[in-house]
Design a protein around this ligand. Structure first.
Ligand SMILES: Cc1cc2nc3c(=O)[nH]c(=O)nc-3n(C[C@H](O)[C@H](O)[C@H](O)COP(=O)(O)OP(=O)(O)OC[C@H]3O[C@@H](n4cnc5c(N)ncnc54)[C@H](O)[C@@H]3O)c2cc1C
Ligand SMILES: NC(=O)c1ccc[n+]([C@@H]2O[C@H](COP(=O)([O-])OP(=O)(O)OC[C@H]3O[C@@H](n4cnc5c(N)ncnc54)[C@H](O)[C@@H]3O)[C@@H](O)[C@H]2O)c1
Length: 484
């Protein structure tokens, strides 16, 4: 059940050519083949994409080990004392790679070919709007889906190349824990990995250009994550502009900032954003246009400037999440094969940053709420019984509500925020009201009580205002006349 393709023989003609075997391409190929189309999935390396090999799976596996390394810290407050566990970094990385191997069969060549699609190994180049080569072998396609993903963007910083910087592509090959790790970039990758490495024993400095970590999240969520990282021992440097790197030896060096501050390190991990993987595709030959950042431009039904070709996943400049790559791959294949115009609802894409505490968000945040005049309702975890019982009270659940009482967004910070977020996503996707959320009985005591109580708070507020408050007063008065 290997994910590495071996065939190099595409048929002369296919209904659908899918380029790239990450989440978007896998879902696209399987979906189209199940509809009965003849499908070739072309992959130059191995199926599974970033998520399986260098993204979600290894990072969440490392985070699980990092979490275990500090779990004892809460024990004292619970009346239990335990000794700090020892970390065997080599064994941690064995766990990371074992998780990848366990999940690999789900993305294997067999799993795709069982749907009727053919997997062909090789790099794709377009030769015209309806033809391409896969590893040099020609193929004519009626339609195509480009799903080639994105790669780490390494900044042009003088001296950086001399210290062999790690990226999210290469960090998983480490066998020894760097004593001093410098992380450049405070987005999701930077925050998750800085905290994990710190918890596993590295001395971590996180250097971020912006004024706050996780700039896409609400300000108070960023503040909580910054404090959590600092509590974990991460030296968080904000508003920093890197000037150069002075290499010493073996990947070690010093990062020098514009203000002259120096940050020495044994290894540096670059997490400063992504760039689309389009090099070598010869998009011009296919008539596929890209935007100013190089991402493939698509319309609301995922069509590129060549109406026979669609794009899905990271390469289309969509928010870089596995779940969205899957949704995009499915929509692109369905549209191609059945001639539909399914789009993606970008207003309800959930995202979770797996720091401790986790940050989960969907839909509108504080700034959109302010712009549109929507109200916000929040419950802190120190008012949430499960959090109090577990001694894990840092965080909150907040909902954004429109004038008709519909839930338009949520931000949840705390343990298992990613799990609670599912309910908020359902509410935002289907336009549920706070009354509907409040009317659903929730098991007690759970972290999702916080979200539920935020909805209840909004319902209660409405009951205390016109038109409901006077109506309730009239009903009560009438009732007291009847029942004496
Ligand atoms: C460290 C890290 C952690 C992450 N954690 C999460 C997370 O917790 N949750 C989440 O939702 N997302 C997470 N992501 C993001 C997620 O991994 C990506 O959004 C997702 O993998 C994108 O899928 P894709 O199909 O668009 O592209 P990819 O997975 O990148 O797949 C593209 C495929 O195309 C192939 N390819 C490229 N060019 C060609 C060519 N010319 N010919 C043939 N094949 C080609 C590549 O080899 C690759 O297999 C994380 C990412 C990183 C880096
Ligand atoms: N849990 C998850 O779902 C998860 C986890 C990891 C990654 N991802 C996805 O992968 C994408 C890429 O992650 P990322 O963290 O690399 O990118 P990012 O764009 O989210 O964050 C990078 C940050 O680095 C900063 N930066 C850029 N250049 C810098 C420099 N020279 N010095 C200091 N700081 C600099 C930027 O201001 C930016 O805020 C994310 O947007 C996300 O969609 C998701």
């Amino acid at each position: 059940m290997s994910a590495t393709p071996t065939r190099t023989d595409p048929p002369a003609r296919v209904d659908l050519l899918v380029i790239g075997g990450g989440t978007a391409g896998l879902v696209a190929a399987k979906t189209a083949a199940r509809f009965g189309a003849s499908v070739v999935l072309a992959e130059r390396e191995r199926l599974g994409g970033d998520c399986l090999w260098v993204g979600c799976v290894p990072s969440k596996s490392l985070i699980a080990a990092a979490h275990a390394a500090v779990a004892h810290r809460h024990d004292g407050a619970l009346g239990v004392t335990s000794t700090p566990p020892a970390v065997d970094f080599g064994a941690v990385m064995d766990h990371v790679h074992a998780a990848i191997r366990t999940i690999e069969p789900a993305d294997s060549v067999d799993s795709v070919e069982a749907t009727g699609a053919r997997v062909v190994r090789g790099e794709v180049r377009f030769t015209s709007p309806t033809t391409a080569t896969i590893g040099g072998a020609p193929v004519r396609f009626a339609q195509a889906v480009i799903a080639t993903g994105s790669a780490p963007a390494v900044p042009e910083l003088p001296g950086l190349a001399d210290v062999d910087p790690l990226t999210s592509d290469t960090v998983w090959g480490l066998r020894a824990l760097p004593e001093r790790l410098l992380v450049l970039g405070g987005g999701a990758i930077g925050c998750e990995l800085a905290q994990a490495f710190s918890r596993l024993g590295s001395r971590v400095t996180l250097v971020h250009r912006g004024a706050r970590l996780l700039p896409k999240e609400d300000t108070d969520a960023s503040t909580i994550v910054t404090e959590a990282l600092r509590d974990d021992g991460v030296d968080v440097v904000l508003g920093a502009s890197a000037a150069r790197v002075d290499a010493t030896e073996g990947g070690a060096g010093v990062l020098v900032l514009d203000d002259g501050a120096e940050h020495p390190f044994d290894r540096v991990l670059v997490a400063t954003g992504r760039r689309p993987r389009t090099a070598g595709l010869e998009l011009d030959a296919a008539g596929v246009r890209v935007d100013e950042r190089g991402y493939i431009t698509i319309d609301s039904a995922l069509r590129t400037s060549n109406r026979r070709i669609r794009a899905a996943g990271d390469v289309a400049g969509l928010p870089a999440f596995t779940h969205l790559a899957g949704v995009g791959g499915s929509a692109a294949a369905t549209n191609a094969v059945l001639g539909l115009r399914r789009g993606i609802d970008l207003s309800a894409v959930p995202r979770v940053t797996f720091t401790d505490p986790e940050v989960g968000a969907v839909g509108a945040g504080l700034s959109e709420a302010a712009e549109r005049g929507w109200s916000t309702h929040e419950v802190a975890l120190d008012d949430t019984d499960r959090a109090i019982a577990e001694g894990r009270t840092t965080g909150f659940a907040r909902i954004v509500v429109d004038a008709r009482g519909r839930v338009r967004g949520a931000t949840i910070v705390g343990p298992r925020a990613g799990e609670t977020l599912g309910e908020a996503s359902l509410a935002v996707t289907h336009g549920l009201t706070t009354s509907q959320l409040a009317a659903a009985t929730h098991a007690y005591p759970t972290y999702s009580d916080a979200l539920w109580n935020a909805a209840v708070a909004h319902v209660r507020e409405r009951l205390e205002r016109p038109p409901l408050a006077p109506a309730i007063r009239v009903l009560r008065a009438l009732r007291s006349l009847v029942v004496r």
